[in-house]
Design a protein. Structure first.
Length: 72
């Protein structure tokens, strides 16, 4: 475990951003046109889509083979 933690700490920010980018997506509230929507983002920050509720965003992420995580 210590080896893995040490290796992760040595990754550059861009390399860390790519870590898991093919498997994970995060969902967070964003404002679009004066409304709160839930953006779906790849681990590297690329916006993949948006939905009107966090539950729907999680479902859409899973339907597209991503593990979705809600963040603030």
């Amino acid at each position: 475990m210590q080896y893995q933690e040490t290796t992760l700490r040595q990754l550059s920010p861009s390399a860390f951003g790519m870590l898991g980018s093919m498997d994970m997506a995060y969902i967070r509230a964003i404002e679009e046109d004066g409304k709160t929507v839930y953006g779906i983002f790849a681990a590297n920050g690329q916006k993949l889509g948006q939905e009107t509720s966090p539950e729907t965003a999680l479902v859409v992420a899973r339907q597209n083979d991503f593990e979705g995580f809600l963040v603030n």
